[in-house]
Write a protein that binds this ligand. Structure first.
Ligand SMILES: Nc1nc2c(ncn2[C@@H]2O[C@H](COP(=O)(O)OP(=O)(O)OP(=O)(O)O)[C@@H](O)[C@H]2O)c(=O)[nH]1
Ligand SMILES: [Mg+2]
Length: 299
């Protein structure tokens, strides 16, 4: 695993690529839209000591529009090519509108959000994916969500989820943004997964939805999960990519996304400042109400 942004592991990748390509090879960056191909070529240029490329990187899909030959990124006569991203219909991200993609796109370091839950409980990742714990050979399981912190989560009893789709998708559970978008994303379907793990202190298995993120599962035993997302979105099981989990557990109910809590904090701060200004002005001269008074009453 590498981070092209932080340049973690890029030197090792350069060594492998140079070894495989030989002095006259051709390197092609090929992959899904927005996967980070251009950023990776730029990082390889920086780390290999070759010439630094300035390919356009952007958090929107479809940035690279044609095949670009990039000179001198790798030593010798190795040639590098950047390519436009491939459109995968099984990725949830390509069904999203721009405002929804902004919530799903991971722009900061990912942080684990972990629940310790028992059979009969469900975790939602916005209105895009849900995991139901249907059977467990042990008392509880650790479920860690790896997805953009801008997406709100919800954990609660599975028996109460039937109203989520109608009442909360598009609102507390975003994306999709707005109820009208829920239907546009497709049919909400369940798939079943049987997984097993052999340790408590780290996750063993990931259940991942293409273009969104994944649930990491930590347990010592067997489990059966129902996993819900929209028809046609790829859901796979793999060995845990990041075995660590958070030691501060999330609590039941809706977890406000960072975007909402930051907005709340900002508006509370404004409110406090306005109240303070109002108090100051009333102690100085208790005169008629001003524009500030009027504004502060709305906080
Ligand atoms: N955190 C993190 N972000 C990355 C990494 N690589 C790319 N990104 C971000 O992902 C977004 C897309 O990167 P690009 O390099 O433009 O992706 P691309 O595959 O060339 O995209 P297209 O040309 O549209 O197919 C940018 O906002 C990058 O900053 C990475 O290793 N870590
Ligand atoms: Mg690109």
């Amino acid at each position: 695993m590498v981070s092209a942004v932080r340049e973690w592991g890029v030197m090792n990748l350069v060594d492998d690529v140079v070894g495989l390509a030989g002095p006259r090879g051709r390197i092609w960056a090929v992959g899904a839209q927005n996967a980070g191909k251009s950023t990776l070529i730029n990082a390889i240029g920086k780390c290999s000591g070759g010439s630094v490329s300035h390919l356009t990187e952007a958090p929107v899909p479809g940035t690279t529009l044609g095949i670009l030959r990039v000179e001198g990124v790798l030593p010798g006569n190795t040639k590098s090519f950047d390519t436009p991203g491939l459109l995968h219909p099984h990725q949830i991200s390509i069904r999203l509108i721009r405002e929804e993609q902004k919530l799903v796109h991971v722009s900061k370091e990912l942080k684990p959000r972990t629940y310790r839950i028992k059979v009969g409980h469900s975790v939602h990742i916005g209105g895009l994916m849900r995991l139901d714990v249907e059977e467990l050979s042990v008392d509880s399981v650790y479920v860690t969500v790896w997805a953009s912190p801008l997406i709100p989560l919800r954990m609660g009893r599975t028996e109460n989820v039937s109203t989520m789709l109608e009442e909360h998708f598009g609102r507390q559970l975003q994306p999709p943004i707005g109820e009208g978008r829920v239907e546009e994303l497709g049919k909400w379907l369940k798939r079943e997964f049987h997984v097993s793990g052999n340790m408590w202190d780290s996750s063993s298995v990931d259940i991942a939805a293409s273009g969104l993120g994944w649930f990491s599962i930590g347990l010592k035993g067997e489990a059966k999960f129902g996993v819900w997302t929209y028809d046609g979105v790829d859901v796979i099981v793999r060995n845990a990519l990041l075995p660590n989990r958070s030691y501060n557990f999330e609590v039941a109910g809706f977890t406000v996304s960072k975007i909402v809590s930051t907005a709340d904090r900002t508006s509370n701060k404004q409110c406090r400042n306005e109240k303070r200004k109002l108090n100051d002005s009333t102690t100085e001269k208790p005169a008629e109400p001003s524009a500030v008074d009027v504004a502060s009453t709305t906080c």
